[in-house]
Write a protein that binds this ligand. Structure first.
Ligand code: KIV
Length: 263
């Protein structure tokens, strides 16, 4: 069984062992991941793989709280981080009101917000008021419409310098760890080396302090598109379709239910 990590233990993992983070959106999958993962992220990516939307932007605070409650019901031992959805942290004050709701209405251990230097004062305000914050720098999915697409970061010196400044500002503001997404591997490694908190990568190479993947991607359940950084550890979609086809075949052949599945 997994022993729940404290923030101190998460921070101490840096330089000791890589951290494993995975998303979950419901109790069913959270319970399966709970004994294995270090951290479960209730990502707003649920808006795409669970909600069928084309990006994360329409996820609401109510939906995030509902899914966080469900994940916490399944995950008794993992450290759970809830994503703050788009539009819920435009100012430090509004961020605190909304993050307070996440903490009051679910047992989440921390929230995650996207942004670097420009979000440092918001992160500090949350941390000063008792909310643990995970930062998120690099490619920011909530900025996809503003930036006109998903843009890999760290492609030149000025982007690399900015990413290091972002990580340092987020750390100084009090974030206990930082997700770094869609960044050239050599730059992500430098970013991880420039701060004392764990930097957890997604599409950021292996030189960081841990990895995070969206569960429906790594289980091969999400078929719409597969980013380059996703490794499918299971052919989930094929297995599910095969199972449902077998069920249908047996229903039509009246071979299900058979004797052992009948009262
Ligand atoms: O929403 C999410 O799942 C995330 C991960 C991509 C890190 O933020």
């Amino acid at each position: 069984m997994n022993t729940k990590l404290s923030i101190t233990k998460i921070q101490k993992a840096k330089g000791d062992r890589p951290l494993t983070m995975i998303t979950a959106y419901d109790a069913l999958f959270a319970k399966l991941f709970d004994p294995i993962a270090d951290i479960i992220l209730v990502g707003d990516s649920l808006n795409m793989s669970f909600g069928g939307k084309k990006d994360t932007l329409s996820a609401t605070l109510e939906q995030m709280i509902y899914h966080t409650q469900a994940v916490c019901n399944g995950a008794q031992n993992s450290f759970v981080i809830a994503d703050m959805p788009f539009g819920t942290y435009p100012t430090a004050g509004i961020a605190l009101e909304n993050a307070t709701r996440v903490f009051q209405e679910s047992p989440a251990d921390a929230v995650k917000i996207e942004g670097g230097e420009e979000k440092a004062s918001t992160i500090k305000h949350l941390v000063d008021n008792g909310i643990a914050v995970c930062g998120h720098i690099g490619l920011l999915p909530q900025s996809v419409r503003g930036e006109g697409g998903y843009k890999i970061k760290g492609k030149n010196d000025s982007e690399a310098t900015q990413l290091i400044a972002d990580a340092k500002a987020v750390e100084k503001a009090g974030a206990f760890c930082i997700v770094i997404e869609g960044v050239k591997a050599d730059v992500a490694t430098l970013v991880a080396q420039s701060v004392n908190v764990p930097v957890i990568g997604i599409g950021a190479g292996s030189g960081v302090d841990g990895q995070v993947l969206v569960f429906s991607d790594m289980l091969g359940l999400f078929e719409e598109f597969t980013p380059k950084f996703v490794k499918k550890y299971l052919n989930g979609a094929d297995l599910v379709k095969e199972a449902v086809q077998n069920y249908k075949d047996e229903v039509e052949a009246r071979s299900f239910p058979d004797e052992i599945h009948t009262y």
